[in-house]
Design a protein around this ligand. Structure first.
Ligand code: HEM
Length: 417
C-alpha cells in the first residue's frame, strides 16, 4: 500500500476545498495547489479523500462498481442513514437504471424539441426587457427566471409561478439564499403540497409533460409510484435550476470581463454556425462548472493513482478542479477560450449519472447567447458582483452588467428579431 501523500494543504484550506467554501475569495487557487501537490489527499474534517485532477476524477466517476452513490453524494451527508434513497442520484445500478430509464423518457430528444419554442419565447421576452446602456442584474433579470420558467413548462405548471419556485428551490439547496431553518421548512411544505396535488391531477388526467412520462411504466421495470414521482420531480427542480442559473450568469459575467471573447461569440452567432455555438456553450460549462464536486463511497478496496482507498471510505470528485487541469486542457486551462476544442469537461459528471438534463441546459445557453448577441454589441461589468454562499453549487447571487446596442442607431433594440 502506498503512503498517504506527505505534501498536504493546511487543514482549513482542505476543508474549504471539500466543502466548496471560500478562503480569501479564491477556491480555484486551493484547487490548483491540490492538483500540483496532493492530487489524492485525505481530509480529516470531514473525513474524505479529495481528488482534484481530471484523470482520477473521471476514473472514479466512471467506476460505478467500485464507487457507490448510495451512501450520499455530498460531504455533509457523511454519517447520515436514509430509509429510502432521497434521490435518483443516491442510487446505484440496478435501482438507478430503473429510475434513470423513467426520467430519461421525459428528456428524450423529441420532448426537448417540443419545448424549444417555449424556451425561445422565454429567452426573447427576458432579453428584450434588459435595458441597453443601463446596468441590469444578469442573475435576477435573466439567469434565475429562465430555468425556473422552463422547469414550469417541463412540469406542465404555469410559468408565471417561477418566483415561488425560486424560493422553493433555494429551500432545498444547502447554503442557497438566506433562509432560516423555519422558513426552509415552511417553503419545503408548500412545494410538497403543490407537487403532490399536481401528481394526483396527472394520475386522473395524463398530459404531454414530464409528470405523465414518469408515471408511464418504464419499459421492463415496475411503474413508479406517487412517492417516487414526487421525489424525482423535487430533484429535477433542484438539479435544473441553480445549476443552469450559474452557467448562464457565470458564463455571461466571464464574457463581459473578456471583450474579445464576447466579440468572437457575436461573430459565431452572426455566422449561424451551430457547431461553433455549441463549442462556446461547452466552454462556458467547463469554465463555470456549476456543481463543484460530488462524493462517492468505496464499495471495495480500490487503488486510485497508486493510493489505496479502503472500502467504506468517502471520495470527493472535484469537478471544478478537474475542469481546470492543465494536464487535460493545456496551459490556458484557467482561461475562457470560446473556441476551445477538444473539451472533455466534466461539468455534467461522467458515466451512468451523467446529467439527464444536459440537452435542456445546453439549449437554454445557446438561445441565451443568441438573444444576448442580437441585443448587445458590447458587454461589461457595471456594478456589484456577489458570489452565492452555496457549498454545493458555485455561482452568483448578483452580477451587474451593461452593454450598448447591437442594433444600428435609429432601429429599435427591443423590436422584433
Ligand atoms: C448547467 C446546468 C447543469 C449542470 C452543470 C448539471 C450538473 C449535473 C451533474 C454534475 C450531475 C451528475 C451527478 C452525479 O454524478 O452524481 C447531474 C445529474 C443530474 N442532473 Fe444535472 N446539471 C445541470 C442541469 C440540469 C437540468 C436542467 C436538469 C433537469 C431539468 C438536471 C437534472 C439532473 C438529474 C435528474 C441528474 C441525476 C442523473 C442520475 O443520477 O442519473 N440537470 N447534473
Amino acid at each position: 500500500m502506498c503512503e498517504t501523500p506527505s505534501i498536504r494543504p493546511t487543514a482549513p484550506e482542505l476543508t474549504a476545498a471539500v466543502l466548496g467554501t471560500e478562503i480569501d475569495g479564491d477556491p480555484l487557487t486551493i484547487h490548483a495547489d491540490l492538483r500540483n501537490s496532493a492530487p489524492v489527499v485525505w481530509s480529516d474534517d470531514p473525513p474524505i479523500w479529495v481528488l482534484s485532477r481530471h484523470a482520477e476524477v473521471a476514473a472514479v466517476n466512471k467506476d460505478t462498481a467500485s464507487f457507490s452513490s448510495a451512501s450520499g453524494i455530498l460531504p455533509l451527508e457523511i454519517g447520515l442513514v436514509y430509509d429510502e434513497p432521497p434521490s435518483m442520484m443516491h442510487t446505484d445500478p440496478p435501482e438507478h437504471t430503473r429510475l434513470r430509464r423513467a426520467v430519461a423518457a421525459g428528456f428524450r430528444p423529441s420532448r426537448i424539441r417540443e419545448l424549444e419554442p417555449a424556451v425561445r419565447k422565454h429567452v426573447d421576452d427576458l432579453v428584450d426587457r434588459l435595458p441597453v446602456n443601463v446596468p441590469f442584474d444578469v442573475v435576477e433579470d435573466l439567469a434565475a427566471p429562465l430555468p425556473l420558467m422552463v422547469m414550469c413548462d417541463l412540469l406542465g405548471l404555469p410559468s408565471s409561478d417561477w418566483r415561488i419556485f425560486w424560493e422553493w428551490s433555494d429551500s432545498v439547496v444547502p447554503g442557497a439564499g438566506e433562509l432560516s431553518e423555519d422558513e426552509r421548512e415552511r417553503l419545503r411544505g408548500g412545494l410538497e403540497t403543490l407537487l403532490r396535488d399536481h401528481i394526483r391531477a396527472r394520475r386522473q388526467r395524463p398530459s404531454a409533460d414530464i409528470v405523465s412520462d414518469l408515471m408511464a411504466a418504464p419499459g421492463d421495470g415496475a411503474p413508479l409510484d406517487d412517492d417516487e414521482v414526487y421525489i424525482l420531480l423535487n430533484q429535477l427542480l433542484v438539479a435544473g435550476n441553480e445549476t443552469t442559473r450559474n452557467l448562464l450568469s457565470g458564463g455571461l459575467l466571464a464574457l463581459a470581463q473578456r471583450p474579445q471573447q464576447w466579440a468572437r461569440v457575436r461573430q459565431i452567432v452572426a455566422s449561424g454556425d451551430s457547431a461553433a455555438l455549441s463549442t462556446v456553450v461547452e466552454e462556458m460549462l467547463r469554465f463555470t462548472t456549476p456543481v463543484v464536486g460530488f462524493m462517492r463511497t468505496a464499495a471495495t478496496d480500490t487503488e486510485v493513482a497508486g493510493q489505496l482507498i479502503t472500502a467504506g471510505e468517502h471520495v470527493l470528485m472535484l469537478w471544478a478542479s478537474a475542469n481546470r487541469d492543465e494536464a487535460e486542457f493545456g496551459p490556458d486551462a484557467s482561461e475562457l477560450v470560446v473556441d476551445r476544442s477538444p473539451n472533455n469537461h466534466l461539468a455534467f459528471g461522467y458515466g451512468v449519472h451523467f446529467c439527464v438534463g444536459a440537452a435542456l441546459a445546453r439549449l437554454e445557453a445557446e438561445l441565451v447567447l443568441t438573444a444576448m448577441s442580437d441585443r448587445f454589441g458590447t458587454l461589461e461589468v457595471a456594478g456589484a458582483v456577489h458570489n452565492s454562499a452555496s457549498t454545493v453549487v458555485a455561482g452568483l447571487r448578483k452580477a451587474m452588467l451593461s452593454g450598448d446596442s447591437a442594433v444600428p442607431a435609429g432601429a429599435s433594440p427591443g423590436g422584433p428579431r
